[in-house]
Design a binder for this molecule. Structure first.
Ligand code: 5GP
Ligand code: MG
Length: 180
């Protein structure tokens, strides 16, 4: 059994979504994607760092061919977390005319995707879909269509399964929520 609570630095977290629950949901998401992408060879574009675990599991749950690539979005972190995307690093494949699935770990305010999706659209892909393991619906500040949602979660900080607190906790197999 995994620990039901963990401490990272100064904070305590409690198990919120188990490894088994995540695995079951990832299978369902892959099956849902198959309906649209079978035979299409989409580009699966994982957003580093957080989505590396989800992307790896999701790709292995799919039964259609895809091309996988990763990008990193660096945002200006000034006085306020504006979420404005400053630059896209590592988009080294031509997406023109291709179907693209952006794979995110979590969508919170939606600022990141709100600025990134138009940048991607400018490169003229055939289509863009967004898949996020987690969505904090209450925190969303933009009307962004999210095509594939793993879990809708409350507006509380989570770690694990690729998500970090100050660089730590990504190795946890489940998703842990900040303890009250
Ligand atoms: P957004 O631009 O949608 O507000 O946030 C996107 C990014 O904020 C995510 O990709 C993630 O890096 C970070 N983030 C938002 N909420 C959480 C959370 O609860 N836990 C962790 N570890 N990162 C989060
Ligand atoms: Mg992310």
């Amino acid at each position: 059994m995994p620990d039901s609570s963990v401490s990272i630095k100064d904070l305590s977290f409690e198990l919120y979504i188990s490894e088994a629950q995540i695995a079951a949901r990832v299978q369902e998401m892959a099956a849902e994607m198959k309906k649209r992408y079978d035979g299409q060879q989409p580009i699966i574009l994982g957003v580093l760092n957080g989505a590396f675990v989800f992307a790896a599991d999701l790709v292995r749950a799919t039964t259609f061919e895809s091309v996988i690539s990763f990008i990193k979005l660096s945002s200006y972190r000034g006085m306020k977390s504006s979420g404005q995307v400053a630059s896209v690093i590592g988009l080294d494949i031509d997406i023109k005319g291709r179907h693209v699935i952006i794979v995110e770990d979590i969508i919170d305010t939606g600022n990141t995707m709100h600025s990134f999706v138009p940048e991607l659209e400018a490169l003229e892909p055939a289509s863009i879909a967004l898949a996020s393991l987690l969505v904090k619906r209450e925190a969303l500040e933009h009307d962004i269509p999210i095509d594939y949602v793993g879990f809708e979660i409350p507006n509380r900080f989570v770690v694990g399964y690729g998500l970090d607190y100050d660089g730590l906790g990504r190795q946890l197999k489940g998703i842990y929520q900040l303890a009250k």
